[in-house]
Design a protein around this ligand. Structure first.
Ligand code: SF4
Length: 214
């Protein structure tokens, strides 16, 4: 790691640990299963909308066994106000079935097993690992990818997989869960996709994009 890059990560960690000491997922959940359902529902949909949908869904189907007993159509009725409800209802039903059949109804706490579940890709599995089990991982969504490139945490990274590899190398393992949330929240509220709010940003001095434009 070059000294410049190491210094950049260090400054970011110091600033964000002060400004966002409790950064965490904005999805509401009370178990790994509920988190998995919420994350599947959140694809192409806001966390706010998912949080409006899940209370009734979780009251009716609090765990994998209860969801596995319901039909796709029944699940659909609870989630029809969010994006892509047909596909998501199918995924949820198949995912709950697989949990019951292969994992005794429990969400597994490792990447290989999580990837066996229908509707669960690497990004979703990583979110479950860090948010439900506090295990080291770095899911790279559109916010994490964009913000890392702009700040210069990654240099010319072309793919989420490349960004994931670099972030995993540079952040201390114990900080990975919170660092993931720092980058998402920073991207969602400050370093926005179309018009970043640089005037509100607390890391302008270490930001590659900002310093290249000023
Ligand atoms: S200075 Fe601007 S571009 Fe850089 S991280 Fe902050 S908001 Fe994003």
């Amino acid at each position: 790691m070059s000294e410049d890059i190491a210094q950049k990560y260090q400054v970011l960690i110091e600033r964000f640990s002060k400004s966002m000491p409790d950064a965490k997922s904005e999805l509401n959940f009370e178990s790994p299963f509920q988190l998995l359902v919420a994350v599947i529902l959140s694809a192409q949909c806001t966390d706010k909308r998912v949080n409006m949908t899940t209370p009734a869904l979780f009251a009716a189907m609090p765990d994998a066994a209860a969801m596995a007993r319901r039909s796709v159509e029944e699940i659909y009725q609870y989630i029809k106000s969010i994006s892509y409800p047909n596909n998501k209802a199918k995924h949820l039903q198949a995912m709950a079935q697989a949990l019951v059949e292969k994992f005794s109804g429990q969400v597994p706490d490792n990447m290989d097993d999580l990837l066996q579940l229908p509707g669960v890709g690497r990004k979703t599995a990583s979110v479950i690992l860090i948010c439900a089990f506090n295990k080291p991982a770095m899911p790279v969504d559109t916010h994490v990818f964009r913000v890392s490139n702009r700040i210069g945490l990654t240099i010319n990274s072309k793919t989420p997989a490349e960004t994931e590899k670099i972030l995993l190398k540079h952040f201390p393992e114990e900080l990975l869960p919170i660092a993931h949330h720092w980058l998402i929240l920073h991207g969602r509220y400050v370093c926005k996709a179309v018009k970043p709010l640089c005037e509100n940003c607390i890391i302008t001095d270490i930001c590659e994009a900002f310093n290249n434009n000023h």
